[in-house]
Design a protein around this ligand. Structure first.
Ligand code: UGA
Length: 485
């Protein structure tokens, strides 16, 4: 099919490249002419695994073209709206870009158009869009408006496109449903060759959920809010583990093994970031208010998340005593691994707080340093995690990149001023770190795991285990049971 995708941002570009990969002829449109020129030669404005290959392949095959919105809208029957809906000061989503695409459709399109809303928008936006298109329709345009929310995660967006759990289509005409099914057929029938795996894992075919536009829009905000709620919940439990002397990894395993709950998104840490959860949560709270529904639950989710950075800094302070004059190595700046995105990244808000305390920051991130430097020019950016560790009083793990998982501990030990890892993502464990002579502080890990009864007896016999501390709640952050003393 001939498809246009308006907005060559994160969602738009990924959607356009993936749609061209499954055989459609896609016109990816943006008003930024410089961006279009870069994209035509395969230069992407952000890092996303596999996407550059897809864009290059799409352009080479002629199935992916970059153009301005009016041109794309003129040429295609199906139009995906993938423009930004950033937060206004009051937390509501700014829908002005959606409205301006509607204007462009009205001025450039003739005949029939399938208008597909993919940007994250408040419930009832499709209805408003339909009304707007109807009121200002001077060209005898016929159209359908469909809601088709995206569930792509940064860092694995291409994989998510080819192996979605579900495709949600909110549509109110048979013609629109038929066209949407046609667009997604290769994905729905798992017939497309996924560019991520040489052999795709055996996953069930995606579920197709057909519904009305309001319900589809709610699915998106409710999904993101629910996931954010899971993260804030486990962060609360991690606090309880630290206060009571328990191991969050085991607690999360115990909770997550219940199929009704599931283990995913129960990883505690320094909080969720990125351009989706924080803004979508705020927007959903505003939507709740407008609908007259009490969404105070979600306000708490947000509050808990905002507190994470503060608490993490308090933890560092507790260990390092006076922060002024201390040097801290920061491993990871991106809001999560496999992306260069630092928008609402917890690492950045932690660094800002640490700078205010008078510390020197030496940071390293495999992809996100260029973007972080725009916001934080005053810190030192290093070429490797080792360089960042030079002279550091502590290494702070703020993004769980794979690259950090197996450091050369000996080399690291020779570089730092103090052998201390404060791990905001539980990338490591004390069992791994302590034998290398480093002190380890994670999240929600007041008691280090004793895995077997035998090990327990061995340690007790060696006289290094204060058994009384095990049977009673340990004080916050104490290492009641040390496996490697
Ligand atoms: C999220 C959703 O997962 C996607 O389904 C959705 O399409 C997307 O938002 C969007 O609305 O566009 P994304 O923001 O890319 O995707 O990242 P996630 O993988 O969901 O992670 C979000 C944040 O939560 C990260 O900062 C991550 O570190 C944090 N997180 C995640 C945790 O702290 N703990 C966890 O267990 C999981």
């Amino acid at each position: 099919m001939e498809i246009s995708v308006i907005g060559a941002g994160y969602v738009g570009l990924t959607t356009a490249a993936c749609l061209s990969e499954i055989g459609h002829h896609v016109f990816c449109a943006d008003c930024d002419l410089e961006k279009l020129d870069s994209l035509r030669v395969g230069r992407l404005p952000f890092f996303e695994p596999h996407l550059d290959d897809l864009v290059k392949r799409g352009v080479a095959s002629g199935r992916l073209e970059f153009t301005v919105p009016s041109d794309a809208i003129k040429k295609t029957e199906a139009i995906f709206i993938c423009v930004g809906t950033p937060p206004l000061e009051n937390g509501e989503a700014d829908l002005s870009s959606i409205e301006s695409v509607a204007r462009m459709i009205l001025s450039s399109a003739h005949g029939y158009r399938l208008v597909i809303e993919k940007s994250t928008v408040p419930v009832q936006t499709a209805k408003r869009l339909w009304k707007h298109l109807s009121i200002y329709n001077m060209n005898a345009l016929t159209f359908d408006v469909v809601s088709n929310p995206e569930f792509l995660r940064e860092g694995s967006a291409v994989e998510d496109f080819f192996h979605p759990d579900r495709v949600v289509i909110g549509a109110e005409s048979l013609r629109a449903i038929a066209l949407m099914k046609e667009i997604y057929r290769p994905v729905l029938q798992s017939r497309s060759t996924c560019p991520v795996h040489s052999e795709c894992p055996a996953v069930p075919e995606p579920k197709l959920i057909l519904t009305d536009t309001n319900s589809a829009e709610l699915v998106k905000h409710a999904s993101n809010s629910f996931l954010a709620m899971k993260i804030s919940f486990i962060n609360l439990i991690a606090d309880a583990c630290e206060a009571a002397g328990a191991d969050i990894e085991k607690v999360a395993e115990g909770i997550g093994s219940d199929k009704r709950i599931g283990r995913a998104f129960l990883n505690p840490g320094i909080g969720f970031g990125g351009f989706c959860f924080p803004k979508d949560l705020q927007a959903f709270v505003r939507i709740g208010e407008k609908l007259g529904c009490d969404f105070s639950l979600l306000k708490e989710v947000e509050k808990i998340n905002v507190r994470r950075a503060e608490q993490f800094v308090a933890k560092i302070k507790k260990e390092l005593w006076v922060l002024r004059g201390k040097t801290l190595a920061v491993w990871g700046l991106a809001f999560k691994p496999n992306t260069d995105d630092v928008r609402f990244a917890p690492a950045l808000s932690i660094i800002r707080r640490l700078l205010a305390e008078g510390t020197t920051i030496r940071a390293y991130d495999p992809e996100a340093m260029q973007k972080a430097e725009i916001d934080l020019p005053q810190i030192t950016y290093c070429q490797s995690p080792y360089q960042a560790a030079e002279g550091a009083d502590a290494i702070l793990v703020l993004t769980e990149w794979n690259e950090f998982r197996n450091p050369n501990w000996k080399q690291l030990g020779e570089l730092v001023a103090r052998k201390l890892i404060i791990d905001g993502r539980n990338l490591f464990s004390a069992d791994e770190v302590s034998p290398n002579g480093f002190q380890y502080i994670g999240v929600g890990r007041a008691v280090q795991a004793i895995r077997t009864a035998q090990e327990f007896k061995g340690i007790a016999a060696a006289g290094v285990l204060d058994v009384s501390a095990v049977s009673q709640p340990a004080p916050a952050q104490s290492h009641a049971v040390r496996t490697s003393v």
